[in-house]
Design a binder for this molecule. Structure first.
Ligand code: GLC
Length: 434
């Protein structure tokens, strides 16, 4: 395979660590029915702020507990929404009054979070919405936000100045990248340019609406090693591709070249806390997703939407705990691992990952086979095989009578498995290559 596209930021730790926690937290946690509720229900600013801004009071917020849950799940980095599309800021920004310190919370909610995660060695990522449904200079467009179909939208745009909004955006990014120490990831979200009218911000917004090249330059001057996502609508300067709510079918490529990538996924569909959503995925399905990412050379950023009172709800804690249990014994097949070399064909119902330094292959059994796994082309290449969860040896030969019935080729390696599936979320076999 071709080498991955070179990145300006330092992605060496990122492709090792593989597993991160996304956190979506803002006023929308109070609505508890998706972080886009202001858009979906066309809620005007005054109503939104009267309901939520005036009452936001996360009295049970304990960033130490959040960081413990993240570390306990085996996640090595986290990305927090400093500001989502609603425009509300979690930190005490000099550039706005629309921030946590002006709510009943009366304090900067970001700083103690950054401190708590950093203390545990977890890398720090800041999500920042370039879209802003609250800022008075942000030009109202016909695509997104509560006013997109408002009959007076044109008149309401009188006096709005997107350039002034861009200045606000740049000033806040500068603040975030100056006042909080080393930031490992900056995660912008998102551009929606109108290809036919890139200068008309009432129809869409791309790099011109954000002044992306200047923004990128400033960021690199402040934090040269920072990892940047790909949503500023600018062909250069980004480090990672970020497929969202879909699983890539192979290593993500741009112009035919593999890139560093990270899928971001939810437990249930919504990013913000959603009280009534009943579509929560099982732990097993979620662990499959992580394995699937690494088997294609990518990362998983898995999201929690904390409640308005500042807690991870029991469903989220339950999944994170399950991850932790699995990762404690199987982290070896995730950290520092990547897609297996092409010569190793993935057996049925499995995913392979590969640890290049140790020359070990990991066979993840997504379904339990009938007593054996047959690995075509592996014959003569494997020195030793064991289960990862308990380090128990796995016999590697099939007797002639069975092998003849299957017509196995000489270069097919057979792993003889117990009849009963080990009692772990996903069993993994570690192969020591010659
Ligand atoms: C989006 C959504 C959003 C979410 C994000 C995460 O583009 O607008 O609500 O924050 O994706 O990737």
């Amino acid at each position: 395979m071709a080498p991955t596209r070179k990145t300006d930021g330092d992605t060496s730790w990122f492709v090792h660590d593989r597993f991160g926690l996304f956190i979506h937290w803002g006023l929308y946690s109070m609505g508890a029915r998706h972080e886009w509720l202001k858009h979906a229900e066309k809620i005007p600013n005054e109503v939104y702020d009267e309901r939520y801004f005036k009452r936001f009071d996360p009295d049970l917020y304990d960033p130490e507990a959040w960081a413990d849950a993240c570390a306990g799940a085996g996640m090595k980095y986290f990305v927090i929404t400093t500001k989502h599309h609603e425009g509300f800021c979690l930190w005490d920004s000099k550039h706005t009054e629309y921030k946590a310190t002006r709510t009943p919370a009366q304090r900067d909610l970001l700083r103690p979070m950054v401190d708590a995660f950093r203390k545990r060695g977890i890398k720090i990522g800041l999500y920042h919405s370039i879209i802003d449904w609250h800022h008075p200079d942000y030009v109202l467009d016909n695509k997104n936000g509560p006013y997109r179909e408002h009959p007076d939208r044109e008149a309401m745009n009188g006096g709005r100045d997107q350039a002034k909004y861009a200045a606000y955006l740049h000033a806040q990014v500068k603040e975030l990248l100056t006042d909080f120490g080393k930031i490992d990831i900056m995660w912008f979200d998102f551009s929606f340019p109108d290809k036919d009218a890139p200068d008309d911000f009432t129809r869409g917004k791309g790099h011109k609406a954000w002044k992306s090249p200047e923004l990128l330059k400033m960021i690199r001057s402040l934090q040269p090693d920072i990892i940047l996502d790909d949503r500023l609508d600018w062909p250069e300067g980004w480090d990672i591709k970020t497929p969202e709510q879909v699983q890539p079918r192979e290593w993500v490529k741009v112009d035919g070249q593999p890139v560093v990538w990270e899928a971001c996924q939810t437990f249930s569909g919504s990013w913000g806390y959603h009280r009534d959503e009943q579509t929560w995925r099982s732990l097993e399905n979620l662990v499959h997703t992580l394995i699937d990412c690494v088997s294609k050379g990518g990362n998983l950023l898995l999201n929690v939407g904390p409640t308005a009172r500042g807690e991870f709800d029991s469903r989220a804690l339950d999944r994170l705990k399950g991850f932790g249990e699995w990762m404690r014994r199987h982290g070896r097949s995730i950290y520092g691992c990547t897609q297996a070399p092409a010569e190793f064909k993935t057996p049925q119902d499995c995913r392979l990952t590969y640890a290049p330094e140790k020359k070990r292959l990991y066979v993840h059994c997504l379904a339990w086979p009938y007593k054996a796994i047959h690995l075509d082309g592996f014959g003569g290449k494997v020195e030793y095989a064991q289960f990862l969860h308990d380090g128990s040896e796995i016999a590697m030969k099939m007797d002639d009578w069975h092998a003849r019935q299957l017509g196995l080729a000489a270069d097919t390696l057979t792993l003889n498995l117990p009849q009963v599936r080990p009692d772990v979320t996903v069993p993994v076999i570690e192969l020591f290559l010659k």
